[in-house]
Design a protein around this ligand. Sequence first.
Ligand code: ADP
Ligand code: FBP
Ligand code: MG
Length: 545
Amino acid sequence: MVAVMGVMASPGLVEASSATKLGLGSSFVSKGARLGSLTRSLSLGASRRLVPGSVSLAQGSSGGSNRLGVRNAVSTELFSKISDDDYAENFRPPHITDIFDVPARPSTFCAKTSLPLPEGRTSNPRWSTNLGKMFVHEDDRVLLKTIKYASPGSAGAECVDRDCNFQHQWVARAGPRSKIYFDPAEVKAAIVTCGGLCPGLNDVIRQIVLTLDCYGVEDIRGISNGYRGFFEENLHDIPLSRKIVQNIHLEGGSLLGVSRGGARTTDIVDSLEKKGINMLFVLGGNGTHAGALAIHNECHKRGKKVVVVGVPKTIDNDILLMDRTFGFDTAVEEAQKAINSAYIEATSAYNGVGIVKLMGRQSGFIAMHASLASGQVDVCLIPEVNFTLNGPEGLLQHIQYLLETKGRAVICVAEGAGQDLMASLSKDTDASGNPILGDIGVHLTKEVKNHFKNIGVPADVKYIDPTYMIRACRANASDRILCAVLGQNAVHAGFAGFTGITVGLANNHYVLLPIPEVIAYARNVDPNSRMWHRCLTSTGQPDFL
Ligand SMILES: Nc1ncnc2c1ncn2[C@@H]1O[C@H](COP(=O)(O)OP(=O)(O)O)[C@@H](O)[C@H]1O
Ligand SMILES: O=P(O)(O)OC[C@H]1O[C@](O)(COP(=O)(O)O)[C@@H](O)[C@@H]1O
Ligand SMILES: [Mg+2]
């Protein structure tokens, strides 16, 4: 059980001593922000699930404090003492045998051949001799966090008590098990891709199909256009095989198509039942995984032996507990072309200003990493950090200063940044419930042009929006490897009987995580993180507040 204990606010832990020109001080997030998310997760947490990342005293990686709107110092008895056992319980991936009485059988996975097994055989005799130690032990675990912080005030510290005691957060290791819970001949597998596009979707689809094939599964289908493909009459399933997927990774997009909206769990599970699907692979982000969890719960409620396994897809990299999600690396790399173009335009023009907008609805990871990587960005703006346009500390004044001192300015802005600066802030949402954002790139461009026009200084402002070009491209080599391992591990997890889980790269190892742990809230850039400070060090920008 979780025993509540108090942690008194100690301002020294979280507030920077002095606000420097670099603005590091004001970027520190208050303890209140952190506690806000813990309180939220606990009060919402019907399942008593813990969100380990949300209990830091000194770090605010869950939604910038500006988003959570909780900046007060906290002196109430809010913190929970979380034991290693609590973590073990919360990270235990749900298993089909938790609910159904299903016998284990020897694995049919054979990585070396896709040839059908000889008549009457359920296992391949070559394993023991040829494949050596290929199976993961069911008790293998990966340590999620590896740093022992000496103080809650240490950079990036995540602590659950005032002494910052080390917590063993063990999570299940991904990979093929020697025992499986499905007869491949009886498996009807389906793959669905939801939400927005992301480089690498086809790689993951391909790897799931190839791995299913290695287990001996023949009935594999793709669901068209996301969750809608389950119930929209004009959408038809796509048969999948090793041959069909062989070269799909050479193109961006999704062979199956994507969509937003259509979170009709009952209809989806009706469709699963009708089609006899018992192994469902769901590729998508936070919303998709919420849908996958609902499907998993509904299947179990109906007594259907179905495993639901997620593969996190988010170009924004906004899923908790993972080192990175596939497509992110490619996005950062593709963004370099746009930033470099903005830089060339800005440096070649007389008083040139280059503005590049990158994706990142709530999380500025792409903008932050792309800015840091490029070394050509003077100002990086992300949703997690507020800024002002006007006044002596405002962005426009700084651009003027850059033109005076460098003769150019390059701005990289995440699409979710500065939403409060636009007059007609829309409350509309897309079909999935995501906020429809104002175009901060267009707004900034207009404001910069107006500013220089008003003060009678010529400025040549160029705006580049490469967002969909970045999202639609094929994955780079590094992401393709990530996709390969995640896709393969998703199948291993399904055959091993895990359900309501997702696969991920955590602390450089491949792991299985219960879905609620990764979607408790969107992962954000922590304005107090070392990475954001590195970005600020590189750009040299002030804090604009
Ligand atoms: N809370 C939710 N519960 C169930 N399904 C959801 C939920 N949020 C979104 N979905 C569904 O998941 C799919 C993808 O969601 P979306 O937010 O567009 O993309 P992403 O999965 O990348 O976050 C959509 O079909 C949407 O209707
Ligand atoms: O135009 P669309 O399809 O709504 O996509 C735009 C959104 O897609 C994203 O790239 C990723 O969103 P998802 O993770 O929900 O797919 C966001 O950064 C962006 O706001
Ligand atoms: Mg979403």
